[in-house]
Design a protein around this ligand. Structure first.
Ligand code: MTE
Length: 320
């Protein structure tokens, strides 16, 4: 069941007037009709990739990475979420608004070649091929809590590198204040992007100090192997002290800019999804109280921690 709901242009002001299921059905119907029209026009033929396995064999580059050494500075106060549970309960609206369907539909994502452009207010703009990136940066494993604004949480072992290590390679300019990240735009692989009333491609943003914080991580792997598509292959952001929607998946562009960028969810509904989005048990979301959270898999209910338990590392960024 999808929980993050996108108000449609025709939606009446009383938020609960339309049951969510009817809403989503209408969305799928519209996207499906659109796809059917395009397919009839012959534009889709030949564009459908064959289904990929969840875990294809490791490339030679990947064999050198996994298992990556664990950085024990990042430990957990809870057990890791079972891998199969985490891999079957995903928000990735490019593919579906039903979490349980994402795993199957995301197999359509073609992951190679994959380039990540880093540009904007930097001294040395560069476009990295993902495999060159994998060879260039030292990889490590970190265990992080993941807290969704929908009041569920997981605990996940990510493999990757701090975003700061990548940004230092392009030399951020003195005028840069923010980082904007963008996901691919491929409506013929990701049918959710056929919903033309939504602000695709998915974008997210951080302040530069947030981006340079030691916790801010670019993940290329999870549970000791490369990211499966549904977790945001081949490279995604992980910002563990913020609600999960900030952790943008399948990144193709990172820009350094001099203003706060507009972002996907904040554009869809600024009252529900604010730009900063720090986990805060004291600030209820209009639809989900945030004082507690439920661990996916065990259904254990826990008290939500300010900054998702990472206050020591990040409170200073907000004057606390
Ligand atoms: N990134 C993109 N491109 N599209 C999305 O729909 N969903 C976000 C985030 N990143 C999303 C995204 C949300 S709401 C959450 S909670 C996390 O991804 C979920 O990450 P996971 O599926 O790896 O647990």
């Amino acid at each position: 069941m999808a929980h993050i709901r996108i108000p449609r242009p025709w939606e009446i002001s009383e938020r609960e007037a339309t049951p969510e299921s009817a809403f989503m059905t209408r969305r799928r119907f519209l996207a499906g009709s659109l796809l059917a029209t395009v397919a009839t026009a012959g534009l889709v033929s030949g564009c459908s990739p064959p289904p990929a396995n969840d875990a294809p064999p490791l490339s030679d580059i990947e064999k050198k990475i996994y298992p990556a050494p664990r950085n024990n500075a990042y430990s957990l106060d809870r057990d890791l979420t079972d891998e199969a549970v985490a891999a079957g309960y995903n928000n990735f609206y490019e593919f579906s608004d039903a979490k349980e369907d994402v795993r199957t539909l995301a197999r359509r994502l073609i992951q190679r070649p994959w380039a990540v452009e880093i540009s904007g207010l930097v001294g040395k703009p560069r476009t990295f091929d993902i495999d060159d990136l994998l060879k260039t940066l030292p990889m490590e494993e970190r265990l992080y809590r993941l807290r969704c604004v929908e009041a569920w949480s997981m605990a996940v072992p990510w493999t990757g590198f701090p975003l700061r290590a990548l940004l230092e390679k392009v030399e951020p300019g003195s005028r840069a204040t923010h980082v904007r990240m963008t996901t691919f735009y491929r409506p013929f692989q990701a049918f959710g992007q056929l919903a033309f009333w939504e602000p695709w491609p998915y974008t997210e943003g951080l302040t530069l100090p947030e981006a340079m914080n030691e916790l801010t991580f670019m993940a290329v792997g999870v549970y000791g192997h490369p990211l499966p598509a549904q977790h945001g292959a081949p490279i995604r952001l992980v910002v563990p002290w913020k609600y999960g929607y900030k952790s943008i998946k399948s990144v193709v562009k990172i820009e350094l800019i001099d203003h706060a960028p507009s972002t996907f969810w904040n554009t869809v509904d600024p009252l529900e999804y604010d730009f900063t989005a720090n986990v805060d048990p004291k600030v209820p979301h209009p639809r989900w109280p945030q004082s507690r959270e439920k661990m996916i898999g065990t259904e254990q209910v826990r008290l939500t921690l300010p900054y998702n338990g990472y206050g020591r590392e990040v409170a200073h960024l907000y004057g606390g």
